[in-house]
Write a protein that binds this ligand. Structure first.
Ligand SMILES: NC(=O)c1ccc[n+]([C@@H]2O[C@H](COP(=O)([O-])OP(=O)(O)OC[C@H]3O[C@@H](n4cnc5c(N)ncnc54)[C@H](OP(=O)(O)O)[C@@H]3O)[C@@H](O)[C@H]2O)c1
Length: 279
């Protein structure tokens, strides 16, 4: 019998590719999105359930899981993909902007995991993959607010992976570098013209330098990499033996190594051995 995966943010980008990857591999897929009535590419069939889910709305999460359980019996795997970025210096984000980003990028995945985990614990098995960002492994200038939100999700994932391993639930982080998804491109540069003249001038200067370095990395295959790579990493976390942290893309791999995190799994294994008992 095929297993069932529920994915958030399937209206575009990585989410849509992740849904297709699991479908092609014969899984039951619950492809969730904020506005399924707008969806034209993914169509419900006996292995694909389109469901409305906004990660900031716990009722919608409960409804989507209830429907998934009715149709497919249980949810074996959850992919927390929904999220959004945004460039700008810290002061170019209002407190409301920051709260909104944390609601989606941090509290959203928490809301979804809170719904998924009790069944997974009861079954003694389950997999959760959180799509974070390389910006969650280093303080990325020009993206400080986004970077901080993804650090929160990376830290949560690393700690939860250790907490839930003895209970049979495997939890992973896939951390993409820069990929040309439509939604992600749209988020860039939105706020660079806000604030006083100094903020505007410096944020543009910083953005230009980051773009130039990004273009150099693209020549090595980084920024122009195929977004399907991220879907493949996510699928591999579910189906293969993977470490907790999985940078995706040559830029993410290079920066993770520069940040001295290439052997993070060795450290996590030592920490877990010291702190985490068998269930
Ligand atoms: N592309 C990159 O270079 C890159 C790099 C690192 C990390 N990431 C991460 O990868 C993930 C996917 O991004 P993407 O690049 O594929 O961008 P995308 O094409 O914009 O996809 C983002 C998805 O998240 C959904 N979403 C946003 N807020 C939501 C909410 N409150 N509830 C449910 N869904 C919501 C969007 O749905 P709507 O259509 O309803 O807005 C969309 O389906 C994000 O977590 C992002 O931070 C991307």
């Amino acid at each position: 019998m095929p297993r069932t995966v529920l994915i958030t943010g399937c209206s575009s980008g990585f989410g849509r590719l992740i849904a297709r990857t699991f479908l092609d591999a014969g899984w039951n897929v619950v492809a969730t999105m904020r506005s399924p009535e707008m969806e034209t590419e993914l169509k419900s069939n006996d292995r694909l359930l389109l469901a409305q889910l906004d990660v900031t709305d716990s009722d919608s999460i409960q409804r989507a899981f209830t429907k998934a359980r009715e149709v497919f019996g249980q949810v074996d795997v959850v992919i927390n993909n929904a999220g959004y970025g945004g460039s700008g210096l810290f002061e170019q984000f209002s407190p409301d902007d920051i709260h909104a980003m944390y609601e989606t990028n941090v509290f959203g995945p928490m809301n979804v995991m809170r719904e998924a985990l009790p069944d997974m614990r009861a079954a003694g098995s389950g997999v959760i993959v959180n799509v974070t960002s390389m910006a969650g492994h280093l303080g990325l200038p020009g993206n400080s607010v986004y970077s901080s939100s993804k650090h929160a999700l990376v830290g949560l994932t690393e700690a939860m992976a250790q907490e839930y391993a003895p209970l049979g639930v495997r939890i992973f982080n896939v951390a993409p570098g820069a990929y040309p998804t439509t939604g992600f491109d749209a988020a860039v540069d939105k706020r660079l013209n806000s604030g006083d003249a100094q903020l505007v001038a410096f944020s543009h200067k910083l953005r230009a330098q980051i773009s130039a370095v990004g273009a150099q990395m693209a020549n090595k295959g980084g920024a122009l990499a195929d977004p399907q790579e991220v879907a493949d990493h996510v699928f591999a976390c579910v189906t293969e033996d993977r470490p907790i942290h999985n940078p995706s893309g040559s830029d993410a791999e290079m920066l993770t190594e520069m940040a001295g995190q290439a052997n993070r799994q060795g450290f996590i294994d030592q920490l877990s051995a010291m702190l985490v008992p068998a269930a």
